[in-house]
Design a binder for this molecule. Structure first.
Ligand code: ADP
Ligand code: MG
Ligand code: MG
Length: 880
């Protein structure tokens, strides 16, 4: 078996395509060398050796030693130095490199091969004694801590003492003779800490470092990281052994780290830092202040590489261009300059912000480096979320109060307010307020709407507060359990810090942080790039994208973000307005149909007006309106005052209403008297809603000239007969309206598929449905038997411990819930091949779920307005 692959010096046995075998670093070193870039020669010991090592009880394959020896020999020949030679020694670095870059792996050891004899040879051959001893002490420090386990600070403490004794502050001011002394002390520390002498023999050093890399693959830090990121343990790491080049040999030497474009803005400018006369990770270690690369980015007191090392800089610019053309992506590179000659030590695709990802993708497509389709694939859909909301000014000062879950992105500051009513009052006066609740319920929705942001101390990513806030595009931090809220005292407390109602806080919904006081924010910049990308995405996607919206404001946002209709308008949200809730309560609490009818008739104009507004805004795009769904339970009058108000309105005694309230309250409302069950037992409610929809559609069609085709959606159907009954009643009411108005229009009646039985019997249900909309929130609850309001106490544990791969309310459970969606779609289309199929619910805006819906062949997804761009891009990626 071939266990060792050479690179550089004219022999490249690997390449970028061999990342699995050679690790990312090794594969790209070989690739760079093979396209003619200056890479110091070396070799990669494959990831298969790592696996073999662990399979064989920490023993190496027998051929390995020989293959390493001959690869090392090749390096010696190519640079003209000999490993361990006392007069002109070859030094090497030993570098780990897994398939994906992985913190927790062994740090790089530089200058390996130095000992008390070779250091003299290096001093003589370089004619620089100081450089040789500086390299030696670095080697002992790195090898001592990384391979032998001596605490890093032991060396640093010694160095500090020495500098103090010498009266210098900068490492570069230490002379060769002083380094000699420090090296002695370092070796003593190694002996003291490990009970072993520092290894003098270069071969022993080499194998010690190689074994330390393989050993680090199974250390606890690496194991934890792998678990968190789903990296299989059998991938293994590779080891790279490479001839050293020296950035610490004088003023014409340097080392640096940079990006081929600005990773935070995406601007096409060389971005990074370098240090003259330095080695390895000095740049990131903060020993001296690194300097900028380009003169354009430098202030007058800085020394940009462009000015200080113009030749090497020019060469680096040339390499940058070659790399971007070759890899067709922004690169993150590491380099060293030795005596004005540039050497490349690493390249990989650079991490970037959402804004940079967008700009780079568009720019590269326009520069002709990548195709439009590739540009679409380059931007993670979820990251668009960050671009659509204000964010905290990175330069602003901040004072952390507590942390919760990042439930809805964006940043918002405002005064603390503890009730929805007060939020509305204050917001009406133009104040910025944050609604703080232990948890929220449908009654708080109007307050959430008026607030700048919402903070709760209980509940998870799919709690009421989180879902509603995301839907409205409100900033939300949910489940900040470290905060104690006292409604009575109007305070919230963490430890000994107490904030009162009216005090200012700032929420960062992207991180879950809660800050004391007002932190400055910066507005989103929706540049032309954003709409360019959206346009490209729209050209290739097949899935249509609609929004879930019930208020005119949401409908407008949805259109602005490119929604092609409304897939879910939840009418119950319209029932909570202060001018309506009274009638809703009367409707529920009355026990005779006549009184009920009176309350319902009072609601009709409100509903008709709601629907008219939405139809107007959507100007002819499809609008699906779901008839009343939630358990009656949620509308019951809670407090005594509310009960009295309803009693007065209905002319009944408070006593009799109290009795009715307890008769209507349910033990398990999620599976209780809701959805079409309500419409069947209280048909007046649905009849009124159907009338409001059709009257509104006729009126707005006339008014605007758009042919409006309302889609009436019946919730929670489990049995075909339920839909049959509700459909018949609805059709009768539609016919009545048509007759009254002397006109007709096209309309559809369909159903939610949100119970397993509905998915299983979808072929029967399709006989009486014009469309299906998969309500995957409820379908997840009912398939897994999991209440999303209560799952917060154990679901995170399930996800953390791998019992479930992901929160099934965030990303669809393909094998369970997804299988039912597929079955429902297939069965439905068996009956009606042209049956329109959509999905509403949180999954409609989740990129991973969207890929699944594409594979099922649904017609559209519907999601909250602020997720619409995410869904458009995800749908395009799914189609490619
Ligand atoms: P990491 O994965 O932590 O970035 P690397 O293996 O890339 O670790 O090494 C860190 C740094 O060490 C490099 O950026 C480079 O500055 C230096 N280095 C590694 N190998 C060599 C070498 N052969 N010659 C000179 N410097 C090297
Ligand atoms: Mg490192
Ligand atoms: Mg590196």
């Amino acid at each position: 078996t071939k266990w060792v692959y050479s690179f550089g010096g004219g022999l490249n046995e690997g390449g970028a395509g061999m990342r699995n075998l050679l690790g990312g670093k090794g594969a790209n070193l070989a690739e760079m060398a093979s396209i003619g870039l200056p890479v110091p020669p070396g070799f990669t010991i494959t990831t298969e050796v790592c696996s073999a090592y662990y399979d064989n009880g920490n023993a190496y394959p027998t051929e390995l030693a020989e293959q390493v020896a001959s690869a090392l020999h090749r390096v010696e020949k190519s640079v003209g130095l000999v490993f361990g030679d006392a007069s002109a020694p070859l030094l090497v670095s030993v570098r780990s490199g897994a398939r994906v870059s992985m913190p927790g792996m062994m740090d790089t050891v530089l200058n390996l091969g130095l000992n008390d004899e070779t250091v003299e040879g290096l001093a003589a051959s370089s004619k620089d004694e100081r450089f040789a001893w500086d390299s030696y002490r670095r080697f002992i420090q790195m090898y001592g801590s990384v391979v032998m386990g001596v605490p890093h600070h032991r060396f640093e403490d010694l160095l500090e003492q020495a500098k103090h004794g010498l009266g210098v502050t900068d490492d570069t001011a230490i002379k060769a003779s002083d380094w000699r002394e420090i090296v002695k002390d370092y070796k003593d520390v190694v002996q003291k800490e490990t009970g072993k002498p520092f290894p003098n023999e270069p071969q022993e050093q080499l194998w010690g470092a190689i074994s330390a890399v393989f050993g680090s693959w199974m250390n606890p830090r690496a194991n934890t990281y792998r678990k968190l990121h789903d990296i299989p343990a059998n991938w293994g790491t590779a080891v790279n052994v490479q001839a050293m080049v020296f950035g610490n040999m004088g003023e014409d030497c340097a080392t640096g780290v940079c990006f081929t474009r600005d990773p935070s803005t995406g601007e096409n400018i060389f971005y990074g830092e370098y240090l003259v006369n330095a080695q390895g990770e000095d740049v990131v270690a903060g020993i001296r202040t690194p300097q900028p690369m380009s003169a354009g980015r430098a202030t007058s007191d800085q020394s940009p590489m462009e000015k200080v090392l113009p030749e090497a800089y020019k060469e680096l610019m040339r390499v940058r261009d070659i790399l971007e053309r070759h890899y067709r992506d922004m690169q993150d590179i590491e380099f060293t300059v030795q005596s004005n000659v540039l050497y490349m030590l690493q390249t990989r695709s650079g991490k970037r912000t959402a804004a940079a990802a967008l700009k780079i993708a568009i720019d590269m497509a326009q520069e002709g480096l990548i195709t439009q389709e590739e540009a679409i694939q380059r931007v993670p859909p979820g990251s668009l979320d960050q671009l659509l909301h204000p964010t905290l000014d990175p330069k602003a000062e901040r004072n952390l109060f507590s942390r919760g879950l990042p439930a809805s992105p964006g940043a918002a500051a405002g005064a603390i307010v503890f009730t929805a009513e007060e939020v509305e009052d204050r917001a009406a006066k133009g104040e910025d307020v944050i609604l703080v609740r232990i948890e929220t319920s449908p009654e708080d929705v109007h307050g959430m709407h008026a607030a700048r942001g919402v903070l709760t101390t209980r509940g998870g990513m799919t709690s009421h507060a989180a879902v509603v806030a995301r839907g409205m595009g409100r900033v939300c931090v949910a489940g900040a359990g470290g905060i104690t809220v006292d409604y009575k005292a109007q305070t919230m407390t963490v430890g000994n810090v107490t904030l009162k109602g009216g005090d200012w806080i700032t929420l960062d919904g992207g991180t879950g942080a809660v800050y004391v006081g007002k932190v400055a924010t910066i507005p989103p910049t929706l540049s032309g790039d954003f709409s360019t990308l959206m346009g490209w995405a729209d050209e290739v996607r097949r899935l249509r994208v609609r929004a879930n919206a019930e208020t005119p404001e949401d409908a407008e946002t949805a259109r602005r973000f490119g929604a092609e209709g409304i897939g879910l308008s939840r009418t119950e949200h319209m029932f909570f307005g202060p001018d309506r809730i009274g009638f809703v309560r009367q409707m529920i609490m009355s026990d005779d149909p006549a009184t009920r009818k009176k309350a319902i008739d009072a609601l009709l104009p409100f509903q008709r007006d709601d629907f008219s507004q939405i139809f107007r805004i959507m100007s002819g795009l499809p609008v699906t309106i779901r008839l009343l769904d939630p358990p009656l339970h949620e509308f019951l009058p809670h407090g005594e005052t509310e009960l009295e108000e309803v009693a007065t309105a209905l002319g009944q005694s408070v006593e009799s209403l109290r009795a009715r309230r307890s008769a209507l309250s349910e033990a398990n409302p999620m599976l209780g008297h809701r959805g079409c069950r309500l419409g069947i037992t209280y048909p007046e409610i649905y009849t009124m809603q159907v009338r409001a929809i059709i009257e509104a559609a006729i009126a707005v069609s006339k008014e605007t000239g758009h042919a409006i085709v309302p889609e009436i959606m019946i919730p929670l159907v489990g049995v075909k007969t339920e839909l049959e009954v509700t459909r018949k009643a609805a059709e009768a009411e539609v016919a009545a309206v048509f007759k009254e108005q002397g006109t007709t229009l096209e309309y559809l009646i369909g159903t939610m598929i949100e119970l397993p039985r509905a998915a299983i019997t979808a072929d029967q249900i399709a006989e009486v449905a014009d469309f299906f909309s998969f309500g995957t929130n409820d379908l997840t609850q009912t398939t897994l038997g999991l209440s999303r309001d209560d799952a917060g106490s154990f679901l995170p544990y399930y996800v953390d411990h791998g019992l479930l791969p992901k929160d099934p309310f965030v990303s669809i459970d393909r094998e369970g819930v997804g299988a039912l969606v597929r079955m429902g779609a297939e069965n439905g289309r068996k009956t009606k091949p042209a049956l329109k199929l959509g999905v509403c619910g949180e999954h409609g805006g989740d990129p991973d779920s969207i890929a699944f819906f594409e594979s099922v062949g649904l017609d559209y997804v519907s999601c909250s307005p602020f997720r619409v761009p995410v869904a458009r891009l995800a749908a395009a990626q799914a189609a490619l």
